[in-house]
Design a protein around this ligand. Structure first.
Ligand code: C2E
Ligand code: MG
Ligand code: MG
Length: 730
């Protein structure tokens, strides 16, 4: 009641000046106060007032509506008593602040009790009428004044009716507008009287959370639903706003709905001080869960690889930091994993197949890790595993070994079975208590694993840094090797083995690089040449060299000696390959029939229009085509018929085991049979022992090459061999 009265006082806005103005307009003067004061001491008058109170209540009793509000007899007596003391005070005053306050309080009580203004004011008319009678008796003039009083009061009540009705109308209009707006908005509305902890929330506010309407309640109805992790920050945001540190409240947090699920919401609000300094906070609450989900999706997408779903490079960096921040004690390591020959899969089977392989590889790698380890796709065919909690450093090697084994399992891609392997570099995250650039270190180790023959892991060591620098130097030197005429061809003899003794029928031109006084083998530099596409120019140089040599041999009388040249896929991807081949043959004068071009299986799987055209063109010139390293790639037998092939070269890995290993025997026998049944000449590669040669002979293999027969030789040394064997054997 007390605070309501304060609010009413505030609203009525009766400051001292207003009261004075009002009194002036009513022509209230000191004389009035004195006159009334004197009357208050007139016993006849006060006795009359007491009589009037009785009359008043009798009169009210005649009106059912009014008397219904008066209550039981006991409270009626109390009412009469306070009514009488009011009339007493009306005469005696003082008409000070307290007087005004009491009047407002009485008005409030009447309004609360539901007593309409017409009864309330009507009672004043009765009082004045009674006083008129008592003071002047019943003559014609006081009767007239009494009538005037009645009609004036009638009008006064009518005037108040219109004012109130108009104000109520305005209020209702504004409430209706607010209600419409509230219905229309998606937001929930809330209003919190902080001081008395009364919280009002709109229907939408509760509906948003799947709750029954609450209407009014307390702040705990709100705060107990807030996610425990978010509550301190929400309270903090509210506190800062109330302290004036923020212009308004705007805070995102999670709130529990009817079930156990949390909803992301944005609360907005502003605080206002009410009349006596208490805080009032009100605002809206918006459901932002859709936006939060979208943001989370974006955040995830930015930090993960779309193909494999693994962490990407960006996220890997964060994970690395996190692992490094962990308390010391346990060992940690980083594994840099790179697929071997993945480019070939991509180039020959297409990017779709490549993608599928990457997904399967990611799954296999992940299956080798424990919870708490992390796997990221670093890019292309590179993966990084973070092992943050190892009992000892050797555990990282165990994980790497598991990965190698998992990857070696045959991989089924539609009808195709592929074999995939990877090389892995391992580096610790910390070295002597200091953080190490583990990515770079593991990358170096990976490089060593590749150099050592791939499909294995290698550990980082400090001197790797030295050899990496050397490799860099090698690569830059390679770029200038052609211009500096550092390349040279060696020729490995190819022998027909169908007779009693092997006959030298041809050679294979093999590239060597003279660098720093050493002769570097192709395994060390072909990949780099391919990478830089320099292989196209170097390949043309090889072809030209070999054809010149062919021409020379022909001039020396070895007319039937053929020469094989290895081609890179990049050369065959050139539009001007045909023109280049024509020009070389023409300029060197070599017989096309003596030239053999060797291509690898993976190249055939590209099966592009351009490739077909280039190979057909060569075949039409009379150049023969050999399929090199047969059995190591992914080709299907269908390709063997689609391309104009003449020669099949059985990869030395099949020959290596023969004739001791039963599987090797079976496979090489099958491949030789296959080549022959397709009408192809079969050449076995890598013959290193007499018994292998014997075995191949027995299988009816046409030709062979290998260290047992002759190593690749510089051209001068080959001349001795040609001379000794009497040239091309017929
Ligand atoms: P490839 O075409 O299969 O050549 C045969 C490889 O086997 C040669 O290695 C040769 O030295 C080696 N080899 C021959 N007989 C034996 C043997 O009995 N035992 C063993 N273990 N190895 C034997 P090289 O010269 O190191 O060449 C390696 C590969 O580099 C070649 O394999 C070929 O694919 C590529 N290559 C060589 N020269 C060129 C070239 O001019 N252009 C292109 N694009 N590639 C080339
Ligand atoms: Mg070859
Ligand atoms: Mg080969």
């Amino acid at each position: 009641m007390e605070d309501q009265l304060t609010a009413v006082l505030q609203r009525v806005g009766l400051d001292l000046e207003r009261i004075l103005t009002r009194k002036r307009f009513l022509q209230w003067q000191a004389a009035d106060r004195e006159r009334l004061g004197r009357a208050a001491n007139d016993p006849a008058l006060t006795a009359g007032q007491a009589r009037f109170v009785e009359r008043l209540y009798d009169h009210l009793a005649e009106f059912a509506e009014a008397s219904a509000r008066l209550g039981p007899p006991a409270s009626l007596e109390r009412l009469k008593h306070s009514q009488l003391s009011y009339y007493q005070r009306l005469l005696s005053g003082p008409y000070d602040r307290d007087y005004v306050r009491d009047r407002l309080l009485v008005g409030l009580v009447h309004e609360r009790a539901g007593i309409d203004l017409e009864w309330y004011l009507g009672a004043y008319r009765l009082y004045l009428g009674h006083m008129l009678e008592q003071l002047f008796g019943e003559d014609e003039r006081s009767a007239l004044f009494g009538s005037l009083l009645k009609i004036v009061f009638f009008d006064m009540i009518l005037a108040i009716d219109t004012y109130v009705a108009a104000q109520r109308q305005a209020l209702e209009d504004s409430e209706a507008r607010l209600a419409r707006a509230l219905r229309g908005t998606e937001d929930g509305i809330w209003d919190w009287n902080v001081e008395y902890d009364r919280l009002y929330v709109s229907e939408r506010w509760t509906q948003m959370l799947g709750l029954a309407p609450l209407g009014s309640g307390h702040s705990r109805d709100w705060f107990e639903r807030v996610h425990p992790d978010d509550l301190p920050l929400l309270r903090d945001a509210i506190g800062r706003h109330l302290n004036g540190e923020s212009a308004s409240l705007a805070h995102e947090y999670r709130i529990r709905g009817g079930g156990d699920d949390y909803l992301w919401v944005l609360v907005r609000g502003v605080a206002e001080r009410d009349g006596h300094g208490g805080w009032h906070l009100a605002g809206s609450q918006t459901d932002i869960s859709a936006r939060k989900a979208a943001e989370a999706g974006l955040r995830h997408a930015a930090r993960h690889d779309a193909l494999t779903g693994l962490a990407n490079r960006l996220h890997l960096e964060e994970l690395l930091q996190a692992v490094r921040r962990r308390p010391r004690g346990r060992d940690s390591a980083l594994l840099f994993i790179d697929l071997d020959r993945f480019k070939l899969i991509n180039d020959s089977l297409g990017h779709n197949a490549g993608d599928q392989v990457l997904v399967i590889v990611a799954q296999r790698l992940a299956s080798c890790l424990r919870a708490g380890d992390h796997l990221a796709r670093f890019g292309g065919d590179e993966f990084v595993a973070l092992l943050g909690d190892l009992a000892c450093a050797a555990d990282a090697e165990r994980v790497a070994q598991r990965m190698l084994v998992a990857l070696r399992q045959p991989l089924q891609l539609g009808e195709r079975t592929l074999s995939v392997s990877a090389s892995i570099g391992i580096a610790p995250l910390m070295r002597d208590g200091q953080p190490l650039d583990a990515l770079q270190a593991a990358d170096l180790a990976l490089y060593r694993a590749k150099l050592a023959g791939k499909d294995q892991f290698a550990l980082y060591s400090d001197n790797l840094q030295v050899s990496a620098t050397r490799q860099l130097e090698l690569e830059s030197a390679l770029a200038q090797a052609l211009a500096r005429e550092e390349f040279v061809l060696h020729y490995q003899p190819v022998w027909a083995i169908d007779g009693a003794r092997p006959r030298l029928v041809g050679t294979e031109a093999l590239l060597r690089w003279r660098h720093d006084g050493e002769l570097v083998a192709p395994a060390e530099f072909i990949a780099a040449l391919e990478e830089s596409r320099e292989i196209v120019r170097v390949g043309e140089w090889v072809l030209r060299q070999a054809c010149q040599q062919l021409r020379r041999w022909q001039e020396q009388g070895h007319a039937a000696l053929h020469c094989a040249v290895n081609l890179s896929i990049r050369q065959l991807q050139q539009c001007d390959f045909c023109a280049m081949l024509n020009a070389v043959l023409e300029q060197t004068g070599a017989a096309p029939g003596s030239l053999v071009l060797e291509i690898t299986e993976t190249l055939l799987m590209q099966d592009s229009e351009l490739l077909q055209r280039n190979l057909r063109h060569a075949a039409e010139l009379g150049v023969r085509l050999a399929l090199d390293d047969f059995g190591t790639g992914y080709s299907s037998l269908g390709y063997l018929r689609r391309f104009p092939l003449h020669i099949l070269k059985v990869d030395r890995s099949f020959i290596a085991g023969a004739p001791r290993d039963a599987d090797a025997v079976l496979l090489s026998r099958a491949i030789i049979g296959l080549g022959q049944s397709l009408g192809l000449q079969v050449i076995a590669e890598g013959v290193e022992h007499a018994e292998q040669l014997q075995f191949l002979r027995e299988q009816g293999c046409d030709c062979a090459q290998g260290y047992f027969l002759a190593r690749p030789l510089p051209v001068e040394e080959l001349h001795e061999l040609l001379g000794a064997r009497g040239g091309s054997g017929h």
